[in-house]
Design a protein around this ligand. Structure first.
Ligand code: ADP
Ligand code: MG
Length: 474
């Protein structure tokens, strides 16, 4: 008599002969035959991910094995054991990616409810020590309370709050927070996690940087427990991955994250991502992943405006128990605009300087500190910026500076722009030339030499060079 067990056992023999032993152990041993009827074999797989993986990588082999055993009309049905947390399972069946529905005739996925039975290995725990409690890796100092609101972060902050009040239950899934360095992405990501933990202590929350995630993934491949890695991440309720731009160009990690993401999303779990770029600007990230990023909400953190900078400063000082005059706060807030991290850095060095030197925090002290900060951040000047500054200095338009005219003062302005571009950027002569009025590299080289010569021989010209130099370095 043919039973599900006997059919599957024969299939397994064939499969085992045709793939590597590790793959066999990982992907085929956990499969359980459960029913055989009308030439249809039902097998149980431990997760949705498992099913996708089999379909993506082993569909041909499965088809061969089944056909060999049961003939051309054989059919296969997957039964997925799911965690019994979500009452309504219908969206799950709908969301099975159709690209996986290939070769095997009339495949179908059945669902039955049970508990996830797979043994989980926790990549945060030293091997050998059994501990399945997942530490959330959250920093309790990053909260919503001390994430000050302003126009520049209102959307992201409110979306973060909404998500933490109802993880997985809003349309902000995934929530992607993006913005430049030091604008609060990491802070906000932690704040969401911390808030979820407070409101829903039973939920499993995990914060991880994309870099660490990648490292864990690589390790899991080396140690042959990629599968455990995946299962570990599939049981998280709120997964926060910081700086996903780090995934760019890393196809293996993207692939594994794609599957984890799908699993979590389909099961109503919350995913929160941060990135230094908007999805449209991300490079070397697979299209299918980018399209997932866009499913939920992408919220930008912009540079805080003056009012927000003042309140961030005041809040920080208040928490540190330091008093500084409004005049100094105003000065710092007006002069440090790029990001919050620098704002905080300036305050810390102000406090440090005043306590080491037993000086009061005066506007003079603040000027010194701020100057250092601003200087350090101006290191990167762009060729566009240089052209703009030089044009302004000579009171002409950038288009005039770039034009083909041979009028002496315009030629000089152009040559100065080229000279500073060479001095302050890493751009090649050719690239400088092409950006400043489409000249070739020889023209740029000639310009640099001319500026050098003229600043020795021509007093007025030397003054131009000095004035402009100051504008680029202060
Ligand atoms: P990012 O991850 O975007 O580079 P961080 O989250 O590390 O930036 O933020 C840099 C610093 O600025 C942190 O110390 C953070 O607490 C602080 N910060 C950023 N935004 C705010 C804000 N809106 N209110 C208070 N502090 C902020
Ligand atoms: Mg960060």
């Amino acid at each position: 008599m043919i039973t599900a067990e006997s059919v599957w056992e024969n299939c397994l023999k064939f499969i085992k002969d045709n793939i590597q032993i590790q793959a066999y152990k990982t992907w085929f041993e956990p499969i359980k035959p459960i029913k055989f009827e009308n030439n249809v074999l039902s097998v149980q797989v431990p997760s949705k991910f498992f099913y996708e993986w089999l379909e993506e990588h082993y569909v041909k082999l499965l088809k061969l094995a089944l056909n060999k055993e049961l003939g051309e009309n054989a059919r296969l049905i997957y039964v997925i054991k799911m965690e019994n947390t979500f009452g309504n399972l219908s969206p799950f069946t709908e969301k099975i990616p159709s690209q996986y529905k290939t070769n095997i005739p009339s495949q179908k996925v059945d669902l039955s409810i049970g508990n996830l039975q797979t043994e989980l290995r926790n990549p945060f725990v030293i091997p050998g020590i059994k501990n399945l409690k997942i530490e959330s890796q959250l920093n309790p100092n990053y909260t919503f309370d001390n994430f000050l609101e302003g126009d520049a972060n209102r959307l992201a902050r409110s979306a973060g709050l909404a998500v933490s009040n109802k993880p997985g239950g809003t349309s902000f899934n995934p929530l992607l927070i993006f913005g430049g360095v030091g604008l609060g992405k990491t802070h906000l990501a932690h704040a969401i996690g911390v808030n979820v933990k407070e409101k829903f202590p039973e939920k499993t929350v995990l914060y991880i940087s994309a870099e660490k995630f990648t490292q864990q993934y690589i390790d899991s491949v080396k140690k042959n427990n990629r599968n455990d890695f995946i299962h570990f991440y599939q049981i998280i309720d709120v997964l926060i991955i910081d700086d996903v731009q780090f995934f760019s160009g890393k196809t293996g990690t993207q692939d594994v994250f794609f599957h984890i993401f799908n699993h979590l999303h389909q099961n109503g779990k919350q995913v929160i991502l941060t990135s230094d770029k908007a999805p449209v600007d991300m490079q070397d990230i697979e299209q299918r992943l980018l399209s997932r990023f866009k499913w939920g909400l992408s919220a930008e953190l912009q540079r805080p405006d003056y009012e927000t900078r003042v309140s961030i400063l005041k809040n920080k000082l208040y928490r540190d128990g330091v008093e500084i005059s409004d005049e100094v706060i105003d000065y710092v807030a007006k002069n440090i605009k790029v990001n919050v991290r620098e704002l905080e850095g300036a305050v810390i060095s102000l406090i440090a300087q005043s306590s080491f030197n037993k000086k009061e925090i005066t506007i003079e002290l603040a000027k010194g500190v701020v100057e250092k900060f601003v200087k350090n951040t101006k290191r990167e000047v762009s060729i566009d910026y240089i052209q703009k500054i030089v044009s302004e200095y000579f009171q002409m338009d950038v288009s005039t500076l770039q034009s083909k005219t041979r009028k002496r003062h315009i030629v000089q302005a152009r040559q100065l722009a080229m000279f500073f571009a060479k001095k302050f950027t890493k751009a090649s002569l050719a690239s400088i030339g092409s950006q400043i009025g489409r000249r070739d590299h020889a023209t740029v080289l000639h310009a640099c030499k001319t500026v050098d010569n003229l600043s020795f021989t021509d007093k007025q010209f030397r003054k131009y060079v000095e004035d402009l130099s100051k504008k680029f370095t202060v």
